[in-house]
Design a protein around this ligand. Structure first.
Ligand code: GLN
Length: 188
């Protein structure tokens, strides 16, 4: 099992640490050829406009879209925005996941927060402690996309569509491996 991490901007190094801890092989993806031989791809948090513009410059848009048709891709925060079909503003998006997102939905950087979520897919019936940093919300899921988790007020913060996964929050900034483990099951 080999998982790539899109490494053009954002906190890709933290995802690589998590994958190493789980014993999965990982590699940094900056160019289309780096997608060869991967079983899945993680797109990190960061700044989605920057990630999108650099992906255009590096010729990654169509190769990533092609990859996502048959492989697992997980976007955290900015990565989730980049994965979406609609961010209600004009910026490069992969359009792979049938979700509408709202960027910076909780306000500015200082409005970042942590919250306990319940996520059935992670098992144990336990709570999952999630870190939100100038996070988007998933305003709506369409078509085959389904909700994985919401905040207590009902706002959607995690969604899945087949092998595609989107989270508003940052599992790579915690010590909890369960989300990365779950992604590996999708990539398998
Ligand atoms: N605010 C960023 C954006 O809209 C996302 C922040 C993050 O990835 N932590 O792209």
């Amino acid at each position: 099992m080999k998982i790539g991490v899109l490494a053009i901007q954002g906190d890709f190094a933290e995802h690589i640490v998590m994958l190493k801890r789980l014993g999965a092989e990982s590699s940094e993806v900056r160019l289309p050829a780096h997608l060869n031989g991967l079983d899945g791809l993680i797109m990190p948090g960061g700044e989605s406009t920057t990630i999108g513009k650099l992906a255009v410059d590096f010729g990654l848009m169509d190769p990533l879209r092609e990859f996502g048709k048959s492989h697992a891709i997980w976007g955290t925060c900015a990565g989730a925005i980049f994965l979406s079909k609609d961010a209600r503003r004009n910026q490069p998006l992969l359009g792979l996941m049938d979700i509408t997102v709202q960027r910076n939905a909780f306000g500015r950087q200082v409005d970042s927060f942590e919250a306990d979520l319940s996520i059935h897919e992670l098992g144990e019936g336990g709570l999952y402690h999630a870190i939100f940093i100038r996070a988007p919300i998933i305003e709506a899921v369409h078509g085959d996309a389904r909700i994985l988790s919401t905040l207590p007020d009902g706002r959607i913060v995690a969604a899945q569509q087949g092998k595609l996964l989107a989270t508003s929050f940052h599992p790579e900034l915690t010590m909890d491996m369960r989300f990365h483990e779950y992604f590996l099951t999708l990539a398998r």
